[in-house]
Design a protein around this ligand. Structure first.
Ligand SMILES: Nc1ncnc2c1ncn2[C@@H]1O[C@H](COP(=O)(O)OP(=O)(O)OP(=O)(O)O)[C@@H](O)[C@H]1O
Ligand SMILES: [Mg+2]
Length: 420
């Protein structure tokens, strides 16, 4: 099979609405990757980005992985897995060390990163990422590549992301029950940012907003580095819920109506536009004005963007995101989202689709896959690869001897990639 002796990178996005598994094969000596398989399955075991039902999460992961394996014709043993939810915290911190031998070595960089991570975090939290923002050598600020530079004092500014130990353990448990190894845990909005933002946007200043089903995840970049991360517990599920209540229709129908006819900005809807609405129970379907649907959706999305604006103001980044806002995730597909966001935030807004990666564009060029593709890109930049093996059918029983103990140790910092 053509995948022999090839290296694989697998991204596993365990979302509140769906689990997506994206398989890529490295090319060009490991510098590029091409997507060769995508699997997706509805997810019911998460609430607001956090696993609450292990059994159904395991089932959804198994299905998504099997589908991806079949499409790619390869066996999957491990994946780069996303983590999100309200338990995630972001802190800015810094560390200072003396430079040994008057020239910065990789060991000095390691020591200064260790010094920067020495902050007090709650007992039930664990560090997920230490993301370098910039280095300072003596009084020289804004150094991105310190190794080899001369000086006596090295200082690092970093963004530290922590998450609840139990939330990470539950994700690991689910993935390992499917016979897969967690090769790395990555904050979901960082993965999405990797997939949809341009380097120019990250330099100028940009706010990435991943609006999924359960949560809206934010990441702010400036001068090429991450500055702030946050989670807002409002996303597509609330909109569906509002529609179900407002139109008195079952949630499944409400979801369909939202996707087919939903619009975030009432002004975009024609006055005489009408839509069919199935009723609950035995009552016959009705026809209503699409404007009524708009009136239900708009306040919720407005609330969401007002919370994002409050976060930008609170943290002082409102005037520092010159490239504006990039929205992604499934809910960014709702008609009128970018328009309403611009109206509220007074910033340029675009919808971000995964780019910078080849293969199966027609499937993955979709905001829904921003996180999954981003996880693959993270794997590519950090060389989290496995050897490709042809698929053996039926899939071998999941019985790998993996344990959670090592995964936090395995987490790499983004030292190598953040300025790449
Ligand atoms: N065409 C569409 N129009 C409107 N909403 C859509 C559309 N397609 C998907 N959605 C919504 O996007 C949401 C799912 O997005 P996504 O797949 O990014 O979420 P997730 O990653 O599973 O969840 P989370 O990241 O919050 O854990 C659902 O609420 C769904 O209704
Ligand atoms: Mg998501």
């Amino acid at each position: 099979m053509k995948h022999g002796n090839q290296e694989l990178i697998v991204g596993l996005d365990i979302g509140t609405s769906k689990v997506a598994c994206i398989v890529a094969q490295t090319r060009g000596g490991g510098r590029e990757a091409e997507i060769i398989g995508v699997g997706q399955h509805p997810s019911r075991g998460l609430k607001k980005g956090v696993v609450v039902d292990i059994e159904s999460t395991v089932q959804a992961i198994t299905r998504a992985v099997q589908e991806a394996e079949l499409m790619a014709g390869v066996q999957i043993h491990g994946a780069v897995v996303g983590i999100a939810g309200g338990h995630i915290r972001g802190y800015n911190s810094h560390g200072i060390v003396a430079i040994k031998n008057k020239e910065v070595s990789s060991e000095d960089v390691g020591r200064v990163m260790d010094a920067a991570r020495a902050i007090v975090i709650p007992q039930d939290q664990n560090v997920i990422h230490i993301l370098p923002q910039e280095f300072m050598i003596d009084s020289q600020e804004g150094v991105r590549e310190p190794i080899g530079m001369s000086g006596v004092r090295l200082e690092a500014r970093v963004h530290i992301v922590t998450g609840a130990v139990s939330a990470a353990q539950n994700i690991a448990k689910c993935v390992e029950r499917c016979g897969l190894q967690v090769q790395d845990l990555v904050l979901e909005q960082l993965a999405s940012a990797d997939a949809v933002l341009t380097q120019d946007e990250k330099e100028l200043g940009v706010c990435l907003v991943d609006i999924g089903g359960g949560t809206t995840d934010i990441a702010i970049f400036r001068d090429g580095a991450i500055r702030h991360t946050a989670v807002i517990p409002i996303a597509g599920d609330q909109v569906t819920n509002d529609i179900a209540l407002g139109l008195r229709t079952p949630p499944v129908e409400a979801e369909q109506i939202k996707k087919l006819y939903g619009c975030a900005l009432g002004d975009l809807i024609e006055q005489d536009d009408e839509i069919p609405v199935p009723s609950v129970g035995t009552r016959p379907p009705r026809t209503i004005s699409r404007r009524i649907l708009g009136d239900i959706i708009e306040p919720r999305i407005k609330e969401l963007f007002e919370l994002i604006q409050a976060e930008l103001r609170r943290t002082g980044y409102e005037d520092m995101v010159a490239a504006g806002v990039v929205i992604t995730g499934g809910s960014s597909k709702l008609e009128g989202m970018a328009e309403l966001a611009e109206e509220i935030l007074h910033l340029p807004v675009r919808v971000g689709e995964p780019m910078h990666i080849g293969g199966m564009e027609q499937v993955v060029r979709n905001p829904i896959h921003a996180t999954g593709v981003g996880l693959v890109m993270y794997g590519l930049h950090n060389q989290v690869v496995t050897q490709a093996e042809p698929l053996r059918l039926p899939t071998a029983a999941a019985n790998m001897d993996t344990s959670f103990g090592g995964i936090f140790k395995k987490m790499r910092s983004w030292v190598q990639t953040s300025f790449g």
